[in-house]
Structure formats: C-alpha cells, structure tokens
Design a protein around this ligand. Structure first.
Ligand code: HEM
Length: 84
C-alpha cells in the first residue's frame, strides 16, 4: 500500500490493524492515501510503518507530454503545391 508517496508491505501489520483486516484491505495494492486520511488523518503512518517501507511511488510520466515531444505536425497534406 502506498501512503504519501511511500510504498509499504503492510502484510505483517494487517492482523494488528485496530479497524480490522477487511477495512485495511481496501487500500492494499494501491495508493491508499485518500482512504487513510479519510479514516484517521491523525495517525502517523510514517513512524508506525517505518519497518515496512519497501520503496517510493513515482508518478507515471504524462502521456500527453510524450505526444507533444514527438512533435506533432508532420503536416500531411499541408502546404502542397497543388496541381499548378
Ligand atoms: C487505507 C486503508 C485503511 C483503511 C480504510 C482504514 C480504516 C480504519 C478504520 C475504519 C478504523 C476504525 C476506526 C474506529 O474503529 O473507530 C481504523 C483504525 C485505525 N487504523 Fe486504519 N485504515 C487503513 C489503513 C491503516 C494503516 C496502513 C495503518 C497503520 C499505519 C492504520 C492504523 C490505524 C490505527 C492506529 C487505528 C486506530 C485509530 C484510533 O482509534 O484513533 N490504518 N482504520
């Protein structure tokens, strides 16, 4: 589960979650930041899950940017000389 850009393996904490395993499973395998904050913004996940930290969430590059870099505008059919 990712919380605030940090990815945790929460497996060992699951049985201890005060809100129950089922509740916590809602955020497993994805970015649980929003859910986490919804239920307990006052809980500090960084200190509690320090030993479960396995990595950092990196945002995907925006597809649109890539397309722009490809430099649209091959100008197909544009600016032709016509048939003169
Ligand atoms: C995103 C997934 C999660 C959901 C949907 C969720 C939901 C809940 C719910 C419904 C409760 C019960 C509150 C109550 O009984 O009054 C609870 C309590 C709690 N959860 Fe989670 N939880 C999630 C992830 C986590 C994680 C990852 C941690 C550990 C860092 C955590 C730590 C706690 C603690 C400490 C409490 C007790 C809070 C209190 O009583 O003040 N939860 N949670």
């Amino acid at each position: 589960m990712a919380i605030n850009q940090k990815v945790y393996n929460v497996t060992s904490y699951l049985p201890f979650h005060p809100g129950g395993e089922k509740e916590m499973m809602r955020g497993v395998g994805r970015d649980g930041t929003k859910l986490f904050m919804e239920f307990h913004a006052w809980v500090n996940p960084e200190s509690m899950l320090d030993k479960c930290l396995i990595g950092f969430l990196v945002p995907e590059p925006e597809e649109e940017e890539e397309e722009e870099e490809w430099g649209g505008g091959m100008g197909v059919g544009e600016g032709g000389e016509g048939r003169a």
